[in-house]
Ligand binder design. Structure first.
Ligand code: HGY
Ligand code: MN
Ligand code: MN
Length: 412
């Protein structure tokens, strides 16, 4: 690291960027709706790419729309990379993903202010469609970046609105030229809001994230028979909506019986014809199953599929399913986790090791390089909610840990 002043995070500058990006797709209540590959996503991408160029980063866009800004080091070679995502769920907050990308830009700016050139190049990335709320699976861009999903399959993915990733990527102009394979990264570190209640509840400021739990998304389709709600005896019904409800209740009871490690969520339900006085002939719904224990997650998946078949037999309907996402639990690199802990302590911050409940791009990068994450507290544990909030002091603390972490990794 060339001699220079001690780099420091300029909090007002970081908060200003968070606020300005938060205006892109702003919705009532202080949140953000910036679904992957939407017009709002395009505007957000344009804004962040502009900031990358203002910082003198070499910006590349790859064929799935991942954007990487590189700051040259004294030596060439694979960069120390940070980043996250700027797409959001439809009722998202301004910190989920966005904080990690903008804190990465702030690290670059702080190094510029201090006149520091690191040994290794540094990079800030935002990956396409981390949320998976419009196009499954989630973490799609980072999965293609890592080589875990073929580009053609990703581009052909049909979203909840019936259009494909490829056509939307072209429409917003982010079907970039950079190849998606063969990426080399020295290490990847991601700053992210916890999106849960643990840090706040325990009074800790920094989470040294040990890994990410397994994630499995199933889309069920149940097909019964529409009929009149007033003339059809209960015993003669073939009610698709009922079977959907039974499967949802089974999954929740299964999770509750497992003592907390197993999570089950039915987030999306579509009934047809969805009318007050018509027995539904079709139900299409999603089941999100997660567990830190891979074997337990497999068992929960099988139990839910077996129950769905049993309920369908009992109700005389047909049930089919397709897998929308399937990711094993991931452990982050112990040396990186230990660095997060040591840096936080050196900065006088309370820190705890913890797994991540949410999926992150880091879980894909962990397949290709030493990877870790830094969490900061979410007020009230809220996320995927317009009221998502993290205190300024915690943003400053997290960005400071990220700065030191990238400096250490770039000189190692
Ligand atoms: O689903 C997740 O955990 C992430 O927000 N994509
Ligand atoms: Mn996120
Ligand atoms: Mn999210």
């Amino acid at each position: 690291m060339t001699a220079g002043a001690q780099p420091r995070i300029d909090l007002p500058r970081l908060l200003d960027r968070i606020a300005r990006l938060g205006q892109v797709g702003a919705i009532e209540g202080g949140g953000v709706s910036r679904l992957a590959l939407s017009e709002e996503d395009r505007l957000g991408r344009d804004l962040v790419c502009g900031w990358m160029r203002e910082l003198g980063l070499a910006v590349s866009v790859d064929r799935i729309g991942n954007v990487v800004g590189v700051r040259a080091g004294r030596e060439a070679g694979p960069p120390v990379m940070t980043g996250s995502h700027i797409d959001t769920v439809r009722t998202g907050g301004r910190y989920d993903g966005n904080l990690g990308v903008l804190a990465g830009l702030e690290v670059m700016a702080a190094l510029d202010d201090a006149g520091i050139v690191t040994r290794r190049p540094l990079a800030v990335a935002f990956f396409t469609n981390e949320e998976g709320a419009r196009f499954a699976p989630d973490m799609m861009g980072s999965l293609v970046f890592q080589g875990g999903l073929a580009l053609e399959d990703a581009l052909a993915t049909v979203g909840v609105d019936g259009t494909t990733v490829g056509e939307n990527l072209r429409r917003i102009g982010y079907d970039g030229p950079a190849p998606v394979g063969g990426n080399r990264v020295h290490a990847f570190v991601e700053l992210h809001v916890e999106q849960g209640p643990v840090l706040e509840h325990e009074g800790d400021t920094i989470g040294a994230v040990t890994g990410v739990q397994g994630i499995h998304w199933i889309e069920f389709t149940v097909e019964g028979v529409s009929n009149h709600a007033g003339t059809t005896p209960m015993a003669l019904r073939r009610d698709a909506g009922l079977v959907a409800a039974r499967i949802a209740c089974f999954a929740r009871d299964l999770a509750r019986r497992s003592g907390g490690a197993q999570l089950a969520t039915v987030g999306q339900v579509n009934l047809f014809p969805n009318l007050v006085n018509v027995i539904p002939s079709r139900a299409v719904f999603t089941l999100d199953l997660r567990n830190t224990d891979g074997a337990a997650l497999r068992a929960a998946i099988e139990a839910c599929l077996a129950y769905a078949r049993q309920a369908a037999r009992e109700e005389g309907v047909r049930v089919s399913h397709r897998v929308l996402a399937d990711f094993e639990p991931v452990e982050f690199d112990e040396a990186v986790v230990a660095r997060v802990e040591a840096i936080a302590r050196r900065r006088g911050l309370r820190v705890r090791r913890m797994p991540s409940g949410a999926g992150h791009d880091a879980q894909m990068l962990a397949r290709m390089c030493p990877t870790g994450m830094v969490f900061v507290p979410s007020v009230g544990g809220l996320s995927h909610n317009v009221k998502e909030y993290t205190h300024d002091r915690d943003i400053e603390a997290g960005a400071g840990v990220l700065l030191d972490l990238m400096l250490e990794l770039s000189e190692q």
